[in-house]
Ligand binder design. Structure first.
Ligand code: DOR
Ligand code: ZN
Length: 406
């Protein structure tokens, strides 16, 4: 193994090799590209409380099938991860389930901030990846919709050198739009209610706080041109903001509700084709640092409900890498850029050690994405029916080779 790590130093070299699978069977590397074990810094694996949507047995398998050997889980579980005790309980459950999955998945946990748990953040500060703030309500009951609580959390983050991950949508704007459009039934109103203005207002506040406190602020799931412009300007001023987007904003847009209905409902919502083009530019000019899955599974029957009952979120951990590698084959992004977006930038932001894991994806053969290829418990994807390449086939983790051949 050491040999592979030492020898394959550049992406070009990495494509040109044979790998012994441990049983002295030689794997043909000619169709494969290799990356370090990828990092998905934004998943919702639903433990505790919503295990019928996902748990860490199915979640670990979905992660490996998607090319990830490290995930960061969000705190909007039931109950939310907002106390020291809940963090310990959650950790015990996760560790047991990872053992059952028989896959060596690495993980970190975000800790939820609410308006009353500031002391709890201090108690868990050495155990967590960072603090998660929901500035607008989404799945679960976490919410921080007042500026004074935001200041308090930023002060704690500053004192203990913790990054903050932010769901940046303004709750007041969402609420007033929800009231205004409460009788609408077309899913396209989801994008109108959770408007660009809601996103921009929240991102402006984050940039202001990141500047005042000099705290690393990881702004999740950016979806609009206007937010990107704000972030580019903030980065030019050396304000420590880090930008994430997700594959769904790069491959779906708000014209697709007709076809997908609730399967296209997520927070923040899908935006225009122009926004989408701008996100691709921001990926290639380095304004966007990270592509995460925001893997947020809900069952198909939950997603088939009407607009106001349909929960927001889609599974994505198994489709992000094939989608991005299909885009690479179309000349939309380079392999070097993808390695930064799917691994290096998250590693650096969260101070992870370099990974000794490797993921080998087939970038020559194209397969139809079907629900039965997926390991997620909910077994659906808005991308099913697409012809994609770039599926991970082999994962080398903890000195073992795992086969996920399609
Ligand atoms: O669409 C979303 N789903 N956005 C979120 O912020 C939460 C997530 C979930 O947990 O379902
Ligand atoms: Zn999320």
């Amino acid at each position: 193994m050491t040999k592979i790590l030492n020898v394959l130093t550049t992406l070009e070299e990495r494509r040109d090799f044979n790998l012994n699978d441990g049983n002295n069977q030689i794997i043909d590397g000619s169709k494969l590209v290799v990356f370090p074990g990828l990092i998905d810094p934004h998943v919702h694996f639903r433990v505790p409380g919503m295990e019928y949507k996902e748990d860490w047995i199915t979640g670990s398998r979905a992660a490996f099938n998607g090319g990830y050997t490290t995930v960061f889980d969000m705190p909007n579980t039931k109950p939310a991860t907002t106390t020291y005790e809940r963090l310990q309980e959650k950790t015990i459950l996760i560790n047991k389930q990872i053992v059952q999955s028989e896959l060596p998945l690495n993980y970190r946990l975000f800790f939820g901030a609410d308006k009353n748990n500031f002391q709890e953040i201090v108690r868990v500060k050495d155990q967590i990846a960072g603090i998660k703030i929901f500035m607008g309500a989404s799945t679960g009951d976490l919410l921080m919709d007042d500026e004074s609580s935001m200041h308090a959390v930023y002060a704690i983050a500053k004192a203990f050198n913790l990054p903050i991950a932010l769901h940046a949508e303004d709750e007041q704007i969402i609420r007033s739009n929800t009231e205004k459009y409460k009788n609408e039934t077309d899913f396209k109103y989801h994008s109108i209610i959770r408007s660009e203005a809601a996103a921009v207002t929240a991102v402006q506040l984050v940039i202001k706080l990141a500047k005042i406190y000099n705290v690393k602020s990881y702004i999740l799931h950016l979806s609009t041109k206007a937010e990107i412009d704000l972030i580019r300007a903030a980065k030019n001023e050396n304000i420590p903001v880090y930008a994430e987007t997700c594959a769904h904003y790069l491959f779906l847009d708000n014209s697709m509700y007709n076809k997908l209905s609730g399967l296209a409902k997520m927070n923040p919502p899908l935006r225009s084709h122009e926004d989408q083009n701008y996100l691709w530019e921001a990926i290639n000019d380095g304004t966007i640092d990270i592509i995460a899955s925001d893997h947020a599974p809900h069952t198909l029957s939950e997603k088939e409900q009407h607009l106001c009952k349909c929960p927001s979120g889609i599974p994505g951990i198994e489709t992000t890498v094939p989608l991005m590698l299909t885009a690479y084959k179309q000349g939309r992004v380079s392999l070097e850029r993808l390695e930064s977006l799917l691994y290096t930038n998250a590693k650096d932001l969260f101070n992870l050690p370099s990974s000794h894991n490797l993921v080998f994806a087939n970038i020559e053969d194209y397969y139809l994405l079907t629900n039965d290829r997926l390991y997620t418990k909910v077994k659906w994807s808005p991308f099913s029916g697409m012809n994609l390449t770039g599926y991970p086939e082999y994962i080398f983790a903890n000195n073992k080779l795992f086969l996920f051949k399609k």
